[in-house]
Design a protein around this ligand. Structure first.
Ligand SMILES: C[S@@+](CC[C@H](N)C(=O)[O-])C[C@H]1O[C@@H](n2cnc3c(N)ncnc32)[C@H](O)[C@@H]1O
Length: 283
């Protein structure tokens, strides 16, 4: 089978399960992954012959896409902050709005200060936040916590893949009484999706992404923010900064809660115009 024949068959079989452009982008990602061919190379060699193994790899991926398994889990990796990260179904797939949070932190933290900078990421998942920060602040000391051992395994692989060192700690933040030291920056993208918001979520998230990474009870949606803000009262150094990715529907509530703990807080919108980030500093 030639690559053009495979492409036509693939697009036809996916049909209208996804928007057309997405089908095409899936094919290109799979071609990069299985054949190490980019779009230009495919266009230049439309009659390139594929062997049976290559064809069956595409067929396997097609079946998974048809039942809405995320492409990132199928190929086992994704891009975040222009770096490559391994992902398994045990970790959340890093999102573009989290890249904006990382950029905000980098904009606030001067390169000059980095020598003595201690940063903590709470609920690190794939390690996308601390690893991206460490790449840009190589002299900073960065630690990251997660309750999930699987997440820490993946985060560890990602430190190796990206050749940085991050101190990874297995810890339940909800039962933590005090942080191990004071930090200059504490950042967290904790679970924040309420059960009532499940109705508006897509099947690929609902069925495949880890529940412990995503959901909180409707009655207590700020559980993690509350706990982390309390820990930050003692756990942040003088002039230290607290950064959160937040639930877009709970921006004002989150800000008010943080301010009640004696912080000055500022909300910021993401590229889609939703309040998705918060920065706070002790008064
Ligand atoms: C929304 S995900 C964020 C993952 C990653 N930081 C990112 O932005 O892609 C939340 C993470 O918090 C972790 N988590 C959930 N409950 C926790 C707890 N009690 N203590 C520490 N981490 C927890 C989950 O395992 C998950 O990796």
């Amino acid at each position: 089978m030639t690559i053009t024949q495979l492409k036509n068959k693939f697009l036809e079989n996916l049909g209208d399960k996804y928007p057309k452009e997405e089908n095409l982008s899936f094919f290109n990602l799979l071609a990069e992954h299985f054949l190490q061919l980019n779009r230009l190379q495919i266009a230049l060699e439309p009659n390139k012959k594929l062997n049976d193994t290559e064809v069956s790899e595409f067929e396997g991926a097609l079946e998974k896409l048809r039942v809405f398994e995320p492409i990132q889990y199928i190929i086992g990796e994704t891009e975040f902050f222009s770096l490559s990260f391994k992902v398994t179904p045990g970790v959340l797939i890093p999102r573009p709005e989290t890249e904006e949070l990382v950029q905000w932190i980098l904009d606030e933290v001067s390169l000059k200060q980095q020598q003595d900078l201690h940063i903590l990421d709470i609920g690190t998942g794939s390690g996308c936040i601390p690893i991206s920060l460490k790449k840009h602040l190589p002299k900073a000391q960065i630690s990251a916590i997660d309750i999930s051992e699987e997440a820490l395994k993946v985060a560890n692989l990602n430190t190796e893949k990206n050749k940085v060192s991050v101190h990874l700690v297995h810890q339940d933040i909800l039962s933590t009484q005090k942080l191990s030291r004071q930090f200059d920056v504490i950042v967290s993208n904790p679970p924040y999706v309420r059960e009532l918001e499940k109705a508006e979520m897509q099947q690929n998230v609902l069925q495949y992404e880890p529940e412990t990474a995503l959901y909180v009870k409707d009655e207590n949606p700020l559980l993690f923010y509350n706990k982390i803000t309390k820990l930050a009262q003692e756990g942040l150094s003088k002039n230290g900064l607290l950064f959160f990715e937040i639930n877009q529907y709970l921006g004002e509530e989150t800000k008010t809660m943080v301010e009640e703990h004696d912080f000055r807080a500022e909300l910021r919108k993401d590229m889609f115009g939703n309040f998705r980030m918060l920065k706070a500093q002790k008064r």
